[in-house]
Design a protein. Sequence first.
Length: 62
Amino acid sequence: MRRICRPRGKYVRYLYRLRHLVESGFCELKEWRGIAMRYAKKVSSYLANCHIRAIAIWAKVI
């Protein structure tokens, strides 16, 4: 079968770059097992773990 070619929408390079940054940030957060599996029972504990991991990532960048 032959593909039907559709006109593509406008490509905004900046938005794709921003999307990649966000996705890679979440990926880096989920490398920590406690966040990926959500071992914390309470939302406040889970959020604290996310903050600690984000600080560790930030410190690694600096």
